[in-house]
Design a protein around this ligand. Sequence first.
Ligand code: HEM
Length: 420
Amino acid sequence: MTRADIPIEELRASHRRDYDPYHQVPIAEQLAELADRRETVPVSYSARGNGCWVLTRYDDIAGVLRRSNRGFISFPNDPDGINSTGADEGMIPIELDGPRHRQFRVMLDPAFSPKRVAQLEDGLREWANRLIDDWIGAGECDFNKGFALPFPGVTVMKIMGWPEEDLDRLYGWVDIVMHGVPGVPEDEANAARGKAHGEIREYMFALIAERRAAPPREDVTSAALAAEIDGKKLSDSELFDLFLLMMLAGLDTVQSVLGQAMVHLARNPEQWDQMFESTAVLNSAVEEFLRWGTPPVPTRTIVDDEVQVGAVTLPKGERVHFPLAVANRDPSYYENPDDVIVDRFVDMGAKPHVAFGLGPHRCVGVHLARLELRIAFQELRRRLPKFELAADRIPQEHLGLAWGVDNIHLRFEPGTRELT
Ligand code: HEM
């Protein structure tokens, strides 16, 4: 029987299994539930929010990503299907598709090339040590506040060519926009979010005016100022949109992988030793933590008449939602998928993971993210050869649009500052 013979309500009902992307459970528990779905109903329908289909198999997820905007659109990229900001157009470039999206990638890709990214290495290493210097003498640190948040923050500032001395101010606002204010009522948190968003906007508009008046430089800001999309230069609002996405896309993701990795390594110190046995193992460990600790969760909406997803033919208008982490734990491609095996990617035998997505929207920051993770692990290893989790502070995982860990407090032998 073809899909056209089955009313959509019937198709949904026969595949129904609700899914909560914001469920307050540990990541392993959400993944165990998704693994069970993969076995029993690999393409399932969840009626939560405006409803969506939840994908669980590597091949189904990779297939949707590869087709990307042929068959699917990316806006709004929200699991509940709600365009919460009320915007007419999607965020640049992650919620754009087709030729307009391609023009943004033609502008962005060279600005994030391996060569451009490699030029940042020394500066990033120095910044990693500057951050470590701030707490190394205390013998303990709040890892997110002291490293996992500001390190990706400064990396974005560097590739964008923004003044590094504004890091604390800018990322103080970004932190509030993304994570609200812990412990305050929802309306107060929303007000703080709105205020911080306004402050970022004001800061960015001033920066854009300054950079328009200055000679071009070799950074992403100059590339964006020079770009013509659909034959026109970008307006201040479009530039703001793009710059805001850079800050958001490059922050939670790297922070999440670093956080999940450090919690795991505190509990498995033999792997902290093993991953530095050779450069090959270290590079493999970076890939393994990206695979095992994949944070982002894309959503797409079908625009063709019908699209085959796994064994199910879905009609136009249906939305598919897929935590990339579940593709990366598919036992069809990864033996003992829930285990961290730091040398899993050494011999190139393991299937490439999809932590950075695939197809037209594949992450712009792939090379940058890999460099950041490698430098972070190397410098943390050099300065913190041994560390553990503070016994009185329990790390807390969250789900959502990017999965991650809060409340990571590390203890270690106090060390000395290296930079003045
Ligand atoms: C561990 C680190 C990172 C991970 C796992 C990650 C993952 C992803 C994924 C899965 C996508 C595609 C989403 C989709 O298909 O809807 C994406 C897109 C994107 N990422 Fe990353 N990312 C990381 C770091 C970064 C960094 C450091 C930057 C830049 C500073 C960045 C900038 C972007 C941008 C601009 C896009 C949109 C690309 C487009 O729509 O064409 N990401 N990222």
